[in-house]
Design a protein around this ligand. Structure first.
Ligand code: ATP
Length: 237
């Protein structure tokens, strides 16, 4: 598999505080990669650095094109859709208007309508809720809306930050099954940050373990599942 995203020497800071200390990693085209790590390790910051939401240094290339000097809106246009922690949907707007907003950078009306149907196919509940204010959706529905909105960008890469956060186990299971389907059927690559390591490793084919802003272990999900440190600290067996 060829690489979709190539990250080299990535550093990120909040003011004077550096939290990523030179990460090197790559993402396969069509693959799902997860970043594991304790609270505060820098997982969210890694996603924010890729989408240009935090001060960063180093090199980030998508399909060989450098992104490091671009702003978030341009990075989005190049095909990286970020589903942030906390979802970031517009609570007073209807579910459907939120989806429509996801396609703001596109002008092909027919294509947008088609993609909306495609999102409704993945998330039938959103079709039922299309006219409902986003703020009144359940946690699971709101997360589905956030993913659906990201899909409206026709992304090459989906950055998913804690998609299971605050959701009931059955809803999480449903959501992850749909993410798998989206990955396989649409060929969208994913970079996933997820507290639930076994869930993350189940969906992902590759994983990186982050400790205080450094990658300490990397490999296929199978090899990571067998790693003693990962098992003890993140899988609990
Ligand atoms: P969690 O699972 O708790 O979200 P994380 O691995 O995603 O953890 P980050 O949120 O990336 O970790 O945070 C990495 C470090 O950066 C932490 O020490 C955190 O306190 C710090 N940090 C995060 N956001 C900010 C901010 N806006 N300003 C200053 N420091 C921040």
């Amino acid at each position: 598999m060829s690489h979709l995203l190539e990250v080299k020497g990535l550093e990120a800071s909040y003011g004077p505080t550096k939290v990523l200390h030179g990460l090197d990693f790559s993402l396969d085209k069509g693959g799902v990669t997860t970043i594991l790590g304790a609270n505060g390790a820098g997982k969210t910051t890694t996603l924010r650095a890729i989408s240009g939401m935090v001060t960063r240094k180093g090199s980030i290339a998508l399909d060989g094109a450098e992104l490091t000097n671009l702003q978030t809106s341009d990075i989005t246009r190049k095909g990286i859709a970020h589903v942030p922690e906390g979802r970031g949907t517009f609570v007073r707007m209807s579910a459907e208007d939120n989806l429509r907003l996801g396609s703001y950078s596109r002008s092909d009306k027919a294509g947008i309508a088609e993609d909306m149907e495609r999102v409704y196919n993945y998330f039938p509940i959103l079709k039922q809720r299309r006219n409902q204010q986003a703020g009144t959706l359940s946690g699971g529905e709101a997360q589905m809306l956030a993913v659906g909105r990201a899909l409206m960008l026709q992304p090459k890469l989906l950055l998913l930050d804690e998609p299971s956060f605050g959701l009931a186990p059955l809803i999480v299971q449903e959501l992850f099954e749909i993410l798998k389907k989206i990955n396989v059927q649409e060929g969208v690559s994913m970079l996933l940050v997820e507290q639930n390591a076994s869930l993350a490793l189940d969906l992902a084919d590759h994983a990186y373990l982050l400790e205080t802003g450094n990658i300490v272990i990397s490999g296929t999900s199978e090899s990571i599942l067998e790693n003693e440190t990962v098992r003890r600290s993140y899988l609990g067996y």
